[in-house]
Design a binder for this molecule. Sequence first.
Ligand code: FEO
Ligand code: CA
Ligand code: CA
Ligand code: CA
Length: 550
Amino acid sequence: MDVNRRQFLTYLGAGTAALVSLTTGIPALASGESISGKTADHLFGLDTAKRKKFTPKFHPIKPTNKDDVVLPDGFRYDVIAVYGDKINAAGDTFGFNADFTCFLPIEGKNDHGLLWVNHEYLGELEYYVTGYDNLNADPKNNQRTAEQIRNYLYALGGSVIEVKKENGRWQLVSNSPYGRRVTGLTKHVMTGPAASVIKEVTGTFANCSGGVTMWNTILSCEENFQSVVEECKLPDETHYGWVIEVDPFDPKSTPKKHTALGRFSHENTAMVIASTGQLVVYMGDDANDQYVYKYVSKGKYDPKAGKGNSKLLEEGTLYVANFGKGQWIALDLATNEALQKAVGKENKPLFQSQADVLINCREAAKTVGATPMDRPEDVEVHPIDGSIFISMTNNAKHGNFYGHIVRLFERDNNHAAEEFSFEIFATGGPQSGFAAPDNLAFDSAGNLWVVTDISSASMNSGIYKTFGNNGVFYIPTSGSNKGEAYQFASAPVGAEMTGPWFTPDETTLFLSVQHPGENLKAYDQPTSHWPKGGNAVALPGVIAITGFQA
Ligand code: FEO
Ligand code: CA
Ligand code: CA
Ligand code: CA
């Protein structure tokens, strides 16, 4: 039993009038620079020197099944964009099921910038987008018309939107010259070793989480692409399951798919510079018994090269983790005997080229003895001590219904190292108050912000009843409350909140509200009416939460 947390909640529940600061500080390292002077991907914009004492003061909320974004007293949210909103003069519209968000300031401002937002999937809510009754359709009898498929693919991918805070309210600039859609219909160029096999592809979709690069571009991750390929009758699934790079500041740029980062159900990227100067990207593959990967560039990061550093994502080594041995294993056909010796049908070599290895990463990882994990979703690098946090959402097959968060330490704190140790930083369950940890974000004081992803089918029932709707939790990583979870927000019915991202001054937290109203029985009986209320059909979108004290 977690006496510490229970006492804390009891204290707050007793109706104390005083706001309680949950921040504990990071005494061991707070006075120095962050690790290698570099920070976690979402913190590239944060001024950690000024903001190290970030103190998010709030009364934790209780679990609830209310059909709204519920926040602690003193906080409010603005709905910035929902599905279908116009985002540019040409009339492009905001996509469905918003996920990862990333705020890129314009001229260094904290109240004006571009917001990249991923659009992941349609699922049973497809009817509201294409008119196709995916709730009752026989999956073996795909009746989608060409027009429905076009609308389906247009609703996925990502959006660049211009956002501004005026009179204290965040809003969308609906005729922005930056407003742009990258969709399931957009041309992409391929880079890296598999580009010799796959030269050009149409479309990105299943864009789940992602990251930002040090040169101000976005990495967006293609996760559960398989169902989209099937439902949209696409010819070649090897075109999907990659990490894409988009330059939000150049609306005419062609997005790239970086094959050196491998092909699997990519959840996220977390970029950091190793003490060797190499660029390192940590990545999860969100499925039962899949793996944790990291990419280490061959070349070194050069701040003067700006966007030229994108080349670092084209040549390097992709590693996969063996947790039992504390080793990163290179998925390199030239040096790995297991890969060289693996045979498939008719005794033919399973991997004939490095392109084969990268296109079939899951198979390669299994071949080299990587450790099957419990749905590794988001990965983030601690902004002060450089340790790596990985959320394992859950894995019913392993009896891990509530999930946990792993903290990994690279040997000698070198992110390019081939050895590591790890600990379990926090575990989900009624004792901790959270379940199914998904996206992670750090604030500049090193506190972890965690969103949860209890599936809409399990939410508010059975062993998940106690947790209410999905939520946002705050977990200090040091001090007396280390590892304790405090609930900061609760999502509307059926939804999960995804893509937490702070403005550089940490006065605004952006979040997506994904799939409100999912797990419904009939399309004319929506289970959520967020954000419009009344009898309206729920709309996924992105919000800005304010109320953090400077
Ligand atoms: Fe798209 Fe792994 O959540
Ligand atoms: Ca996710
Ligand atoms: Ca993240
Ligand atoms: Ca998830």
